[in-house]
Design a protein around this ligand. Structure first.
Ligand code: HPA
Ligand code: MG
Length: 221
């Protein structure tokens, strides 16, 4: 984990691809997406191909940093499943094509989201009996969830812990707890797709998109 005073190689890679506050995204008609969401989105914020290309580079950075360590990948459900699956796939391909053969186990934890809104001291972690060195999470905003999760993971005394996050949001109340590997730094906007949901919808969308006002109303609970 990159604490504010962190001093590891991965942390030095910084914020990933920084998307500015005024980035409007791409027009929807320039891409394909499920027809059932045609009224529910404003723009394609990060196209699927760009996510995949960035993930490939994160996999390379991770491989470079790992040395000869075997790893346990801890996927943070539900929002992190697609990022984690694609990252693991990329690491596998790199590992097959390199002289370093990496033994990788994959484990899953689920964070109960209704507790996410409350004090993170109460955050309920389901699963994760094993040690982990690499945790894959799709989105980090305040970083408080990540902080709590790391305290839990540390209790298993792994040799090394690294966190990969596809998106980090620029939020005013950031805890300063940031992933070691960041895909994109994005403005403080609500995004969906690539397994990120709005009330469980939009996980079946490949691109990361901005939800429209009518989409918010339609899937409101
Ligand atoms: N989208 C989906 N889930 C989230 C987000 C977001 O922007 N931020 C925190 N959880
Ligand atoms: Mg969610």
């Amino acid at each position: 984990m990159a604490e504010p005073s962190g001093n590891n190689k991965a942390a030095d890679r910084g914020r990933g691809i920084v998307i500015p506050d005024d980035w409007p995204g791409y027009r929807l008609d320039l891409f394909t997406y499920p027809a059932h969401y045609s009224e529910d989105l404003d723009s394609v914020y990060i196209p699927h191909g760009v996510i995949m290309d960035r993930t490939e580079r994160l996999a390379r950075n991770i491989m470079d940093d790992l040395g000869d360590h075997d790893i346990v990948v801890l996927c943070v459900l539900k929002g992190g499943y697609q990022f984690c699956a694609d990252l693991v796939e990329r690491i596998k391909v790199l590992s097959c094509n390199s002289s370093k053969s990496l033994l990788m186990r994959v484990d899953f934890i689920r964070l109960k989201s209704y507790l996410n809104d409350q004090s993170t001291q109460d955050l309920q972690i389901i699963g994760a009996e094993s040690l982990s060195v690499l945790s894959g999470k799709a989105i980090v905003d305040t970083g408080l969830t990540m902080k709590t999760l790391l305290t839990h993971v540390r209790s298993f005394r792994p040799n090394m812990i690294r966190v990969a996050g596809l998106l980090v949001k620029r939020v005013p109340n950031s805890s300063g707890c940031l992933p070691d590997y960041v895909g994109f730094e994005i403005p403080n906007r609500f995004v969906v797709g690539y397994a990120l949901d709005y009330n469980e919808y939009f996980r079946d969308l490949n691109h990361i998109c901005v939800i429209s006002e009518s989409g918010k109303q339609k899937y409101k609970v």
